[in-house]
Write a protein that binds this ligand. Structure first.
Ligand code: PLP
Length: 383
């Protein structure tokens, strides 16, 4: 990757060297189909079992509650499909205004059919109000689907409280834990969540492998029908991806150290006047900083940063390139201009102190250059 400073780990992460080593044998000698009865197939099936144990250990659930999928998006789609099949007469869904596009698109699709969707607002810090959640759940609510940690701001919602609250109702609870998994500790056992979605490429496994937790006590309706994954997800398993996800889960078991993120953030706040942090700093993933820089356009900033070898994003990666301000920042009350002056910097366990030191020089220079090119009139911006 040369001298690229990669600060877009919420979009995706590089595959860890240990994960590459773990995967490789399953591309060559161990290429058998895990459903085949001869030893080559049985070896692949055993590798899947090992990986299932590794991811389940990180999630704090039983191995048989973990279904391997193609990624977070498939897991979310499956959770919706399965949950809505449980109560065919219930036609109401509760979600939030700041979900990932996967959830947003499913809800729009369902809304265009027979479902009614309530989207909970967030406050200026990106936090959800539990009273709003309690009030939104109705007797005909089939599903509550919420993020655990937001992909744009890193804001973490109170999972235990949400689960306890939804447990008092008859609604099914799905949590999108794609960003949180491997960054903050999780113990699913006894939590009361019915479904939880995961993705390997956010924690140093390759793209195209994901996971879905389905609580044992919940009836399950597959989205992809077939025999694999105990008939819960059809299709020959992605053995290399599964092995990689298992190894990656093992590697991220230790707590994620926020020191480098904190250092980058405090340096930028000190060096660049007119910088604000978006999101609840007290309840945030340890790797994410979402900052607004008064007087700049994040699209222009991304171009200059890219020229200088820094990869980061404006809002979510899916929103990058589109002129639309982030729906997450807008929901938090930012104006279009403020939302469009924001950058998301997201670190990984592979980010080095040297990269952060270089980014701490490059970012202030880029912001200064952009401001010099189109100065902001009002001095109050920089108070
Ligand atoms: N949910 C969140 C919060 C995400 O950040 C992402 C990926 O950006 C997804 C879901 C989708 O995951 P995948 O890319 O594995 O489909």
């Amino acid at each position: 990757m040369g001298s690229v400073i990669y600060l877009d780990n919420n979009a995706t992460t590089p595959v860890a060297p240990e994960v590459m080593d773990a995967m490789e044998p399953w591309l060559w000698g161990g290429f058998g189909n895990p459903s085949s009865g001869y030893s080559l197939g049985r070896a692949a099936a055993a590798a899947i079992d090992t990986a299932r144990g590794q991811v389940a250990a990180l999630a704090g659930c039983e191995s048989d509650e973990w279904i391997f999928t193609s990624g977070g998006t498939e897991s979310i789609n499956t959770a919706f499909h399965s949950a809505l099949a449980m109560y065919p007469s219930k036609r109401h869904i509760v979600t939030s205004a700041v979900e990932h596009s996967a959830t947003l698109r499913i809800c729009e699709h369902l809304e265009a059919q027979v479902f009614e969707v309530t989207r909970l607002p967030v406050d200026a810090l990106g936090q959800i109000d539990l009273d709003h959640l309690a009030a939104a759940i109705r007797p005909d609510t089939a599903l509550v689907s919420l993020l655990w940690a937001n992909n744009e701001t890193g804001v973490v919602w109170p999972l235990e409280k949400i689960a306890a609250l939804v447990q008092k109702t008859n609604a099914v609870l799905h949590i999108d834990a794609v960003q949180a998994f491997g960054k903050i500790p999780l113990r699913l056992e006894g939590l009361g969540v019915h479904f939880m979605s995961f993705s390997g490429h956010k924690l140093h496994a390759p793209k195209g492998i994901g996971g879905l937790y389905a609580n044992r006590r919940v009836s399950f309706t597959p989205l992809l029908r077939g025999t694999q994954e105990n008939a819960r997800r059809g299709g020959t398993q992605n053995v290399t991806g599964i092995v990689a996800f298992g190894k990656a889960a093992e590697l991220v078991a230790a707590p994620f150290d926020p020191t480098l993120r904190d250092h980058l953030e405090s340096t930028l706040l000190a060096k660049i006047p007119g910088t604000t942090v978006n999101g609840d700093r007290a309840h945030r993933l340890p790797n994410t900083a979402n900052l607004s820089f008064v007087g700049i356009d994040s699209g222009d900033a991304l171009i200059l940063l890219d020229e200088r070898g820094v990869c980061c994003s404006a809002g979510s990666s899916c929103a990058t390139g589109s002129a639309k301000p982030s729906h997450v920042l807008k929901a938090m009350g930012l104006t279009d201009t403020q939302a469009k002056s924001s950058l998301r910097l997201s670190l990984s366990r592979l980010t080095t102190a040297d990269e952060i030191a270089r980014a701490s020089e490059i970012l202030p220079a880029v912001i200064a250059k952009l401001r010099a090119a189109s100065p902001v009139d009002s001095p109050v911006y920089f108070s």
